[in-house]
Design a protein around this ligand. Structure first.
Ligand code: PLP
Length: 392
């Protein structure tokens, strides 16, 4: 029997990273050696003090239902962190904790977007942004990122995309998949448009602490008149390597926070209790492991950028943030999907086609450098040989 599925789920597709990982694991099970660049999750464990705080919380019995928006101690610690980083006078009531960043992305959008409204999102961009509007019966409007602008938004395309039904604009800086950062002058233009056309902005800042070479990462929420129309999304999966702990948060005006909180109450109940104590420690405890890892990520980025740039046909810009590179492979004369399959099947290198992040990702690949320097060296050597064979 064919199940007649509701329209809101028919468009859903799996994230490319999971699909490639599954194939890579199949090949490994058959005895092949694979270098993994496909998954965007730190290869580190959480800092030891954070893990211990979580274990201690379990031992102390913090394993119960707790308020849907999160324990007060964590909401206060997050408000303090945002104040410290961005200078925004955030109150704990504006903070909604969730099991990862993703639930707040959906619930905040669901609280604002009506069927038929338009949602602008970056393309290439994190796949959940594309899934979101269609799920809500809204219209997704992808806007290209421009390599020549350091993968900030193509601002002309952005202005053209704004219409009378534009309700929400999603930003992500530093970006998955490009590692690009949106500079302040671009944010100022986007903010001016938001005030003029009266739309909301959702700013996914999950990579905001993973930036290199002192690159500033301004938050659009700090610009005049923007705190009242911005939802800042963040979490512990990347900076604190806590992807499986499922802990994230969003900061928004109090009135919206109370509605997002109601959705959490009805859909997930609450976030796991003990992980939130680990979150408090992650924010308030020593930060030296986070700093050391940043240094390590930068070494990896530089090695990967240099190695890929030396392969004929590949041009690899040096991204300012996150843990991805997004090399331009147009010079190889094959589609991104063909190349990704070729590198996996023929060279044992798992990476993602740029098109896993939207059609504007054609001509690019995404490699995550959440892997050791040795693996990066090996991966580059394999790719260099595979490109030589491709040409020959
Ligand atoms: N936002 C971006 C841009 C991401 O790249 C990811 C993970 O890959 C997430 C959100 C997911 O965050 P979380 O694990 O907190 O749900």
């Amino acid at each position: 029997m064919t199940i007649e599925l509701a329209r809101r789920v028919r468009h859903l597709r799996a994230e490319g990273a999971y699909v490639v990982l599954a194939r890579a694991q199949e090949l490994e099970a058959a005895g092949r050696s694979i270098v993994h660049f496909e998954i965007g999750q730190p290869d580190f464990t959480p800092p030891a003090n954070v893990t211990l705080a979580g274990i201690r919380a379990i031992a102390d019995g913090y394993v119960r239902y707790n308020p849907p928006a999160g324990i007060q101690q964590l909401r206060a610690a997050i408000a303090e962190e945002v104040r410290r980083r961005n200078g925004l006078p955030v109150r704990p009531e504006q903070v909604v904790v969730g099991p990862g960043l993703k639930p707040n992305l959906f619930f905040a959008a669901a609280a604002l977007v009506e069927p038929g409204d338009e949602v602008i999102y970056p393309d290439p961009g994190f796949p959940s942004y594309e899934a979101l509007p269609a799920y809500l019966g809204a219209v997704g409007v992808p806007v290209a990122l421009a390599e020549v602008r350091g993968f900030s938004l193509d601002l002309e395309a952005f202005h053209r995309a704004i219409g009378p039904r534009t309700r929400l604009v999603i930003l992500n800086s530093p970006s998955n998949p490009t590692g690009g950062v949106i500079p302040r002058q671009d944010l100022e233009q986007i903010a001016a448009a938001a005030r003029r056309h009266d739309f909301w902005v959702m700013s996914d800042e999950i990579y905001a602490r993973l930036v290199y070479d002192g690159c500033p990462v301004p938050s659009i929420a700090t610009l005049p008149g923007m705190a009242e129309r911005t939802i800042v999304l963040d979490g512990f999966s990347k900076t604190h390597a806590m992807s499986g702990w499922r802990l994230g948060y969003a900061v928004m005006p109090v009135e919206l926070a109370s509605v997002v909180q109601l959705q959490l109450m009805h859909v997930v109940g609450c976030t796991a209790h003990f992980t939130q104590y680990a979150g408090v420690e992650a924010l308030q405890g020593p930060q030296d492991e986070v700093e050391q890892r940043l240094h390590e990520y930068r070494r990896r980025r530089d090695l990967l950028v240099e190695g890929l740039s030396a392969i004929p046909g590949i041009r690899c810009p040096r991204p300012a943030g996150a843990f991805y590179v997004f090399p331009n492979t147009q010079g190889l004369g094959r589609s991104s999907a063909e190349l990704a399959t070729y590198f996996l099947e023929e060279a044992g290198v798992a990476l993602l086609p740029g098109t896993s992040f939207g059609s504007n990702g054609e001509g690019y690949l995404r490699l995550s450098y959440c892997t050791s320097l040795d693996n990066i060296r090996e991966g580059i050597a394999r790719m260099r040989d595979a490109v030589r064979r491709l040409a020959g």
